[in-house]
Design a protein around this ligand. Structure first.
Ligand code: HEM
Length: 520
């Protein structure tokens, strides 16, 4: 994969005051001073400040909006950005505008006027900013499809309450018990879809795998027709979540909304079944059996349930959408990397064979096995830097905000792109080089908020540990059972919005047993 055409030079470092730990909300008067090496436009060292609420009297005294143009109402530059995403030229699209306007600029994207920001300081601002300043309101397509009670859009106490409930299941101490279950899904998947095949399309298959894992862990549905019916609905929803929000026949947006309508009664039915089961067993069913059961079992201090049915539905859909395509993208890129990079391949095989030697062929992996796979996880982390599955993060200004001398007007969207920081050569030396040693224990750590594949602060991805478990288990089973070669030498991909390989990443597959037999 060539990233040579994507060189980006950004030197927007966080101020020294920004080195506080992840998750610490910033006081409103914390100083954000984005510096611009790109433009001759004046940049002040003005801290972020909150202006009095907008009024026509204040209007005459207001600072300037950032440079750039909004374009047509609703559509604005969405189509241009979507085209760049599809052609995997999104960094170029951003870079062009940074070169023209500097690191703070405006555009109209996905239905809203938007200020686009760059660099670790901007990342920290977005990820840790007080909810009174920035809300997590998403483009309309996201809330229509995921539902108005989805965690991504909740704020303040509601966000804390729902997040605490989700994390009570997604935290490491709980997930450790599920390593064997994930391994079971992986082994069954490989047996069904990979063994005995000479050619496979990796990406669609890995999507089936991550969907099955998430179905089993999150909604507790085992293999069978129920699961199979849900898969295409999720695929339609994912395509709808970052589409232009035009509700006309044949648009991705319309397909996404229709898919949600079909899915909601299915999930409601599951919730009611599990409620009954809990009642029957006098609340004794293991609350960690799956996420729905876990959410149904959680009570607040007054023993009343903390989440309504509507909240559970929206958040189950959100977790499934958030967890299904992201990990499958990472795994697909890793399969491609291992076909192209022999040094990384050999080092991973060496690490994984050490684990394999200590176990019988099908013996389930444990958390203790995964802890030893340090090199494999460094490779995955470097892959997340080069190709972050979630590249764009949106927020909405709750009031007028002054940022770097410009005004972000109340109600506007604020957007950052993770890959712009990940490709900043003042932070990551030779950023287009694949180099897992960057993440070695003793390597100098990058400044805070410069590696943001999982976001940061109080909204940092709660699925990180599950993603890690899925990735390590699948890499172990793949490299110890197969070898593969790419059938399309440098197969390209488009972002729709997640990266999607043109031919599904077509590989020629050999089972290692076959390879060994041939050598004898
Ligand atoms: C490689 C895999 C993954 C990547 C790269 C990833 C990335 C991210 C990022 C960047 C965010 C923050 C977005 C923002 O603040 O704007 C996020 C949030 C989130 N992720 Fe993930 N994710 C992954 C896997 C998962 C999994 C497996 C799950 C669920 C099981 C999950 C569930 C969520 C949820 C629910 C949120 C919203 C959190 C909140 O708003 O408090 N993710 N993810």
């Amino acid at each position: 994969m060539s990233k040579d055409s994507k060189k980006i030079i950004l030197t927007n470092q966080p101020s020294s005051s920004s080195s506080s730990s992840l998750g610490t909300p910033l006081p409103i008067n914390n100083r954000f001073t984005p510096l611009s090496p790109f433009s001759s436009r004046p940049r002040s060292s003005t801290p972020i400040s909150v202006r009095p609420p907008y009024s026509s009297r204040n209007n005459t005294n207001r600072g300037h909006q950032p440079p750039g143009r909004l374009g047509l109402p609703v559509i604005g530059q969405s189509i241009g950005l979507l085209r760049a995403l599809k052609a995997d030229r999104v960094e170029e699209w951003f870079q062009q505008r940074i070169t023209n306007h500097g690191p703070v600029w405006k555009a109209s994207l996905f239905g809203y006027p938007t200020v686009v920001l760059h660099g670790p300081t901007a990342n920290k601002f977005i990820y840790t900013c007080d909810g009174n300043l920035l809300t997590n309101t998403q483009p309309p397509s996201i809330s229509r499809i995921l539902g108005s009670k989805n965690i991504i859009e909740l704020s303040g106490n509601d966000h804390k309450r729902v997040r605490t409930a989700l994390v009570s299941f997604l935290k490491l101490e709980v997930l450790k018990q599920y390593v064997a279950k994930v391994d079971q899904e992986v082994q069954h998947h490989l047996l069904t879809h990979w063994h005995g095949k000479h050619e496979v399309q990796v990406q669609p298959l890995i999507k089936i795998l991550t969907f099955n894992i998430i179905c089993s862990l999150v909604i507790g549905i085992e293999r069978g027709p129920k699961r199979d019916k849900m898969l295409p609905l999720f695929q339609d929803m994912i395509e709808g979540v970052l589409s232009v929000p035009i509700n006309l026949p044949f648009t991705q947006f319309r397909r996404g909304i229709k898919a949600r309508k079909k899915l909601v009664p299915m999930i409601l039915h599951l919730i009611r079944e599990k409620k009954e089961a809990l009642k029957e067993h006098n609340q004794q069913t293991d609350p960690h059996k799956d996420l729905i059961t876990s959410l149904l079992s959680i009570c607040d201090d007054h023993s009343s349930k903390t989440m309504s049915e509507e909240e559970i539905i929206d958040n189950i859909i959100t977790v499934m959408v958030a967890g299904y395509d992201t990990t499958s993208v990472l795994l697909t890129f890793l399969v491609k990397l291992l076909a192209n990079n022999k040094a990384v391949y050999s080092a991973i095989v060496k690490e994984q064979e050490e684990t394999a030697r200590s176990k019988a062929y099908e013996e389930a992996l444990t958390w203790e096995d995964l802890v030893k796979m340090k090199y494999t996880w460094r490779v995955a982390t470097e892959m997340l830097r080069i190709n972050p599955p979630v590249n764009l993060s949106f927020r909405r200004a709750k009031q007028d905000i002054e940022y770097g001398g410009f005004i972000i007007p109340k109600g506007w969207q604020v957007l950052i792109s993770a890959s712009m920081t990940h490709m900043d050569d003042s932070i990551f030396k030779d950023p287009t080089m694949f180099d897992p040693t960057r993440f070695e224990k003793h390597a100098p750590s990058p400044p805070p908020f410069s590696f943001v594949a999982f976001g940061g602060g109080p909204r940092m991805c709660p699925g990180t540990e599950l993603a890690k478990i899925e990735t390590l288990v699948m890499m172990h089973r793949l490299v110890t059972r197969f070898t593969w070669e790419l059938l399309k030498k440098d197969e390209s991909f488009k972002r729709v919005p997640m990266p999607e390989f043109d031919h599904g990443l077509l590989v020629q597959l050999k089972s290692l047993k076959e390879t060994m037999n041939a050598a004898i």
